[in-house]
Design a protein around this ligand. Structure first.
Ligand code: URP
Ligand code: ZN
Ligand code: ZN
Length: 457
């Protein structure tokens, strides 16, 4: 097959070239028209030809203690493909006392046969007993290249600094990377208690239980631990200009920026804390951790992503229906499941608010949404680029389409932050490993065909 007439996006920017693929792999990037006549031709005139998006931070179908779960593997991956993302990396979360390999197997059972896009798994570690840490090397061998630890969520997922250090040492020794949720669980718990004791229980109070100082303290702490242990670190969902400054300072005098990495998520770039004051429903939809911050922080984070201080753009897609959030809110904001959606929105919303506004080049957009997450998360030989030998994960994108955003896919998206946003750009066609999965903005799949991706750093 040859995709002809479009502009492919490389590190140098848009280039007129044709993409040739056979079976599941890209075989050639060739001068326009060179092989015309020998193959099936797909006309991409006026369109951008992009590598399939890589969203390195999602929670599809996460079971919760109270029975509420996010929107499911099939529904979430439907939105991913329709939105131009062909690979996601989700989190296997062990239950209390559960061996890590068992949690990974459980997550694979949930995903396989249901997921429409390709996927990898990070593994969350909340128990640093010798038995659990001893399980890490074998998982790394099987392609779980990344683990996640929390300094947040006291009494549930939180590790104290001593435990975090043990985890970092184990992860470093295994040649893996640690992802850290950097908020200080003690500070958040104290702020939450004060709010509840004074009757401030509505969803609008959620951000006050996540003060800026809490994130900044945790970011400083985890950067120091990375320095001490030599453990490769990604700070996930960075939400503050102050956190970014700490990361920048820690990188001074380092020539390898793949050791200290900063991730930012769509909602922390383009939605701000004004939503907590915009009524009960808007505040509920915006409950996530870290919370939405001020517009000034959003602008500074976007500047950081543009100039390379932040490395890649994810979503932390963890969507709950508004009805589920609403029901839980009756018990006070701490009961509301945390998370926002975005896997279907990431490419179009970032194109609209970063690229079409002239703040970010097309080349940097694709670097932050495709190439860098693939490289940093252990998929560098297969995903994230339009190049010979890479998987034929290809998106045809119309950069001129203008319309109001409607959530993609078939699930209940009433809690979406993005509904009604005027957007510029539309995903027209998508191929996953050479197979067309979206045509004219509609899914063309009859069977879930997503594959598990072993990842190696
Ligand atoms: O609010 C969020 N971020 N929910 C998902 C879990 C996490 O901490 O990433
Ligand atoms: Zn987190
Ligand atoms: Zn997350």
């Amino acid at each position: 097959m040859i995709i002809t007439g479009g502009s492919i996006i490389t590190d140098q920017g848009p280039t007129r070239a044709d993409v040739h693929f056979e079976g599941s792999r890209i075989t050639d990037i060739i001068a326009p028209g060179e092989l015309a006549g020998s193959s099936e031709i797909i006309d991409a005139g006026g369109l951008l030809v992009l590598p399939g998006g890589i969203d390195a931070h999602t929670h599809f179908g996460m079971p919760l203690g109270n029975g509420i779960s996010s929107l499911g593997w099939r529904e979430s991956s439907e939105a991913a493909l329709l939105g131009g993302t062909t690979t996601i990396i989700d989190f296997a979360n062990p239950a209390v006392g559960e061996p890590l390999p068992q949690a990974v197997a459980r997550w694979r059972d949930m995903a396989d046969g249901n997921i429409l896009c390709d996927y990898g798994l990070h593994t969350t570690v909340t128990d640093v007993s010798a038995d659990r840490l001893a399980e890490i090397p074998a998982l790394v061998q099987k392609g779980i290249a990344t683990f996640k630890g929390f300094l947040a969520y006291k009494g549930r997922l939180m590790l104290d600094p001593r435990e975090m250090k043990l985890l970092m040492e184990a992860v470093r020794k295994s040649g893996a990377m640690l992802l850290v949720h950097a908020e200080d669980g003690e500070m958040n718990a104290a702020a939450e208690e004060t709010l509840l004791n004074t009757g401030r229980t509505g969803p609008n109070w959620h951000p006050l239980a996540h003060p800026d100082e809490s994130e900044e303290k945790a970011v400083a702490e985890v950067l120091a631990l990375a320095e001490e242990t030599g453990c490769p670190l990604t700070i996930v969902h960075m939400s503050l200009a102050g956190s970014l400054k700490l990361l920048k300072n820690a990188r001074v005098n380092r020539d390898d920026n793949s050791i200290l990495v900063g991730e930012v998520c769509l909602h922390h770039l383009f939605a701000d804390s004004g939503l907590y004051k915009a009524g009960h429903g808007a505040a509920l939809a915006a409950i996530c951790s870290p919370p939405l911050r001020t517009a000034g922080n959003c602008a500074d984070l976007l500047a950081g992503l543009v100039n390379g201080d932040l490395d890649f753009l994810s979503t932390d897609h963890c969507e709950f229906s508004l009805a589920a959030k609403s029901a839980a809110a009756a018990g006070g904001f701490p009961r509301v499941p945390n998370g926002c959606g975005g896997v279907g929105e990431r490419m179009v919303v970032s194109h609209t608010l970063a690229v079409a506004t002239g703040k970010m080049t097309l080349a940097r957009w694709i670097e932050t949404c495709c190439r860098r997450p693939a490289e940093l998360m252990g998929l560098k030989d297969r995903k994230g680029q339009l190049a010979p030998g890479f998987d034929a994960d290809i998106v045809l994108f119309d950069p001129t389409a203008e319309y109001r955003w409607e959530p993609l896919g078939s699930s209940d998206r009433a809690g979406s932050l993005w509904t009604g946003l005027p957007v510029t750009g539309r995903v027209r066609d998508v191929w996953l490993r050479g197979r067309q999965v979206v045509a004219g903005g509609k899914l063309t799949l009859d069977q879930p065909g997503g594959e598990f991706l072993p990842r190696h750093l």
